[in-house]
Design a protein around this ligand. Sequence first.
Ligand code: MTE
Ligand code: MO
Length: 543
Amino acid sequence: MNSVTSPADAAADPSGQQPPPKQARTPPPRPATSPRLAGLCGVVATGTGLAAAALVAQATGPGSAPVTAIGNRLIDLMPAPLVNWGKETLGHADKPVLLVIVSLVALALGALAGLLAARRRHLGWVVIAPLAALSLLAASTDPAASFPSSLVPTLVALVVAVPLLSALVERAHSRTFADGTPDTEARRRFLTLLGGATTAAVVGVGAERVIDARVGAGSDAGLPPLPTPPATEAVPARAELGIAGLSPYVTPAKDFYRIDTALVVPRVSATKWTLSIVGQVRKPVTIDYATLLSRGLMEHVTTLTCVSNEVGGNLAGNAVWLGLPVRELLAEAEPLPGADMVLSRSADGWTAGTPLEALTDPHRQALLAVGMNGKPLPREHGYPVRMVVPGLYGYVSATKWVVELKVTSFAADQGYWTPLGWSANGPIKLASRIDVPVNGGAANATTVPSGDVVVAGVAWAQHTGVRAVEVRVDEGPWQPATLAEVTSVDTWRQWHWTWPSTRGRHLLQCRAQDATGAWQTEEQAPPAPDGATGLHSVDVVVG
Ligand SMILES: Nc1nc2c(c(=O)[nH]1)N[C@H]1C(S)=C(S)[C@@H](COP(=O)(O)O)O[C@H]1N2
Ligand SMILES: [Mo]
């Protein structure tokens, strides 16, 4: 039985016998390719492959592109302090920054694959195979993409990048004829391929960006128009003071702040959308978009606020939301005793934990919203359907692209941000802000002409209501501001005060009182874990 030996056994043959030299049959060694050129081949091949994959991912779901899929899984795996650090230091740039980092690492690994492939063609796989496996794994676990089509972009990347790398590396080494003259024709072919691939990659990425920006709300074929709600909430003219620089009472969708953890804005088709109410319920309910629209929708004006908003910050916005009260669907599902929370889940896997009683309360208009300011929700704000709950910070209530409501308990479940160090409960804190004069900061105080100066801003205490706002100058006595009207206690309230100013540098501050009589606290607290407090201050120079 010792006649069977594998090639590996033969190589390790302890007898020391060497296999006969094969020199005669192997072609003469290729001239060496410069490492720089080999690396460049790898970068171009990888870049072209990734661009092709990103384009294809426009059809299979944006979360299925290799870079996005890996980026999303990285966010999932990152420790909480790192996620929070990214959010705090980079703000909205955190996502582009992460995508750029993942892309650069992929291109760097592509360069390495190029170097290896230039030595021996199949060595490139040492880098490519694990990278592809990682991408396939990341895409297949993407909550927004459907398996197995989510694997297609990565496979496309391979089909493009691998032969391209071979072709580039094959042509990269400088050839010379027997008489020593360089083969300029071969060089030209190499450069043409390199340039062509680079151009294709750049055009591909550009096209992908254009398509991504174009495909938005309302693009679903056969989508029924939004119904005119029987119950509309007229915005009184006196809700809008019309002061230049003051936040408008109703925030246009394009100016509305945006917070989402997903690397790319999820694209959910309204015609395919369904919402399921599951968990601790007697009768699970599933509803589709057309049915949702056919129900008696209502309009309600609600001011959304982010828990991450700093004192004086602009992560708050007011909109007219059109939707179905969540309580109606919950009533049909019949929550079981013991349930005290609803975990709403987005198509991108994000979750929020909302107290059940806030959603079943007949006096709180918690909506499954389909419309924002008279139009279908923009994609960025949760198209086709999102939650809006008056009085609760967005992270515990305002799930965009919502697809599931799980009736559960705070003891059993947690929303996305809770294990990352944010409070399980997030009632919005009483706050007020000075919009005019603009806050230039202590080092760069706004200059206003002397005389009567209009000071104006907004104050909010959603679901309780704002009763009063006061302003003080240089920590002097508090002066009452005049309040504008509101549609309900669920929105912010504009206010203004005329300041008989004196020349020099001054500090303006405001504070609000809610409808229960409680005054906004002066005590400073950071946004984590349950919302910032403190007074908004603005430095001005009267000159
Ligand atoms: N799917 C999903 N929904 C989400 C979020 C998110 O990251 N993903 N962020 C929440 C947070 S923290 C806030 S403050 C609001 C913001 O809603 P907007 O982006 O429409 O202003 O959405 C909430 N809904
Ligand atoms: Mo938020």
